[in-house]
Design a protein around this ligand. Sequence first.
Ligand SMILES: *Cc1c(COP(=O)(O)O)cnc(C)c1O
Length: 368
Amino acid sequence: MKLWEDKIRRVVPYTPGEQPKRPVIKLNTNECPYPPSPAVQEALDSLDTSDLRLYPDTEATPLADALAEYYGVDPDQIFIGVGSDDVLAMAFMTFFQGEKPILFPDITYSFYDVWAQLFRIPYETVPLDEEFRMTREGYYRENGGVIFPNPNAPTAIAQDLDGIRDILDHNQDVIVIVDEAYVDFSSKPSALALLEEYENLLVVQTFSKSRAMAGMRIGYAFGSPELIRAMKDVKYSFNSYTMNLPAQTAGAAAVRDDAYFQDTVARVIHTREKTAAALKELGFVFPPSDANFLFASHRQKPAREIYEELKKRDIFVRYFDKPRISNYLRITIGTDEQMETLLRQLKQILGEFIAKDTLPSGERPLSS
Ligand SMILES: *Cc1c(COP(=O)(O)O)cnc(C)c1O
């Protein structure tokens, strides 16, 4: 063994969904099937490249101002990062400093345990209940911080403000982070409504899903000025110039086109509900979705087999070979046309079962 080998930090990295090089129907990473607002194209077209000589604004002021105006908060309550993964990583580094374990659900965004390991933060997971709902009581014990997505991923289940308030009330001495990557697709409100009441609350959102800009890498957090200041201090101790000028300009343009944003979200939700009804007919069970994906299990055919069959047909969905969820598929909502292709292929793959299935459609239980 080389003596320097024990000087190397070893981590097991997060595994992102595949980004295939050839054209496929890509329903595996929860991207938006529609382009961003035409205002984004215009902003990029009118960019003067001579401005690229200069370092970008470290505070991403054009974007921070647009977000502050849109969400009705002060710019000093906003932290901006290069995707919400960047924001979340900074938040882990800034707020999870104690000896006690941080808490998050056992089934959740699989980056949390990766960051905890990278930053050497102890953690414990809190099991979701049988129907994949978060249990508030699980967060009543002593801890070093709390993080959960709402709606949760990959379950697509959201909790209401009462549930979040309850977790905040029981965790006044630590920072509580609500990761709202999917909140724009949800029937439940954003925890932003609780910001004035709880100085220890951080709400994280992203442009990658509802704003159709995963490729631009924009994420942001809302919190009390004290929390935001602390995050900025950590960020400026690491790398000040992370968000480039085109991203700042394009992001601001996207936020200002609210009509387009609302329309895009409504289209995805409409397709989601149509797809949900059709999948039930094919014998799938799943919780009602508050996100831009469905988390579905088939009554008879194992999820892994369906995943592999779909892949052979150039339709990519996400499969997690993990405890409790290994019989589920996470299916991103694409365009109507993409979902029709998916359903057509599923009918072929499930042919024998559909013919045999005499159960009334849409029945639960969820547990597999
Ligand atoms: C997609 C996602 C993110 C990260 O999104 P970015 O592209 O880095 O903004 C964070 N949390 C959850 C739960 C997600 O699903």
